[in-house]
Design a protein around this ligand. Structure first.
Ligand SMILES: Nc1ncnc2c1ncn2[C@@H]1O[C@H](COP(=O)(O)OP(=O)(O)OP(=O)(O)O)[C@@H](O)[C@H]1O
Length: 280
């Protein structure tokens, strides 16, 4: 369904191949021979406890970290250097508090247009339009002039997403984007990530440790344990046994209950429904 919607959107889509990826730091094996293929447009959640290798995987996929062995192919091309079509979002979004949401979003164009143009604010109309559209995608067009520091944590993360979208990515990688947010804001952010992914035909990878939220929003799930891929499947495959395999000794009972994850915050309920009406 996502692929069908995506193909209508006119955006490019990217297929990902992770091929025997291994990353070591001294004696520590952060990634141990991880392989998978993801078709263009899929919304993938990477699950695992702290230290299981989630960040390392995403960093290798974005070429921020060089693998010890193996490779990542995006549309058949090895990811040996960072590329504008692959955008990364971090837990600490680092948006500039003294700049407006719009200026922060606009700064994402740096990865397409270059540093000097961005410093001297030589943004062309097309780029400005892209920043506004990106804010619209994350439901913040009405807040475009608001300073970053006056926004909530969830809104700031959505500005971070808008900034990534302004670089017109085909692949969106997000490393624990909701880890520091309260449950309501975390769901807002996930909902807008899902919306952005569908609207813009993005192949999306999000690392999370909250299984509840993952189950609610994810389409496909890759589970890591001690750097090894121990699960790769879709929502119906993500059983209690599968979750136990990913999380090992950790008590996952509470993490599997989905009720809590069904209650988005009021802000999302309002914002997202308005948004959906505007962009069917
Ligand atoms: N730059 C580094 N130098 C040395 N060891 C590292 C480095 N980056 C990661 N590691 C180690 O690699 C392993 C995997 O770390 P990674 O950050 O990828 O896990 P993670 O699942 O993302 O954890 P978290 O959820 O805490 O971010 C860990 O043992 C970690 O200590």
């Amino acid at each position: 369904m996502i692929n069908e919607a995506a193909s209508k959107s006119g955006y490019q889509m990217s297929k990902i191949v992770v091929d025997n990826l291994r990353k070591t730091y001294g004696d520590t094996v952060a990634l141990d021979d991880v392989s998978f293929e993801v078709p263009a447009g899929e919304f993938v959640i990477i699950l695992g406890v702290s230290g299981s290798g989630k960040s390392t995987l995403l960093r290798c996929m974005s070429a921020l970290t060089e693998p010890t062995e193996g490779q990542v192919l995006i549309d058949g091309e090895p990811m040996t250097t960072t590329r504008p079509e692959v955008a990364m979002i971090f837990q600490q979004h680092n948006i500039v508090g003294d700049m407006s949401a719009y200026s922060n979003a606009l700064s994402g164009g740096i990865n397409r247009t270059g540093l000097l143009e961005s410093i001297f604010q030589l943004h062309d109309d097309e780029e400005k339009q892209r920043a506004l559209e990106a804010l619209d995608t994350v439901g913040l067009l009405d807040e475009a002039e608001k300073k970053g520091r006056r926004m909530s944590g969830g809104q700031q993360q959505r500005v971070g997403i808008a900034r990534a979208l302004t670089q017109l990515p085909e692949v969106l990688l997000a490393d624990e984007p909701v880890a520091s947010l309260d449950p309501g804001s975390a769901q807002d952010v996930m909902r807008y990530m899902q919306h952005a992914s569908e609207e813009r035909a993005l192949t999306t990878f999000i690392s999370l440790h909250q299984v509840n939220i993952a189950r609610k929003y994810g389409q496909r799930f890759i589970g890591l344990h001690d750097g090894k891929k121990v699960f790769d499947g879709y929502r119906e495959d993500l059983t209690i046994d599968a979750v136990d395999k990913i999380y090992g000794e950790i008590d996952t009972d509470g993490m599997f209950v989905t009720d809590e994850a069904d209650t988005p915050s009021d802000e999302l309920a309002d914002g997202a429904s308005k948004h959906t009406e505007a962009k069917p």
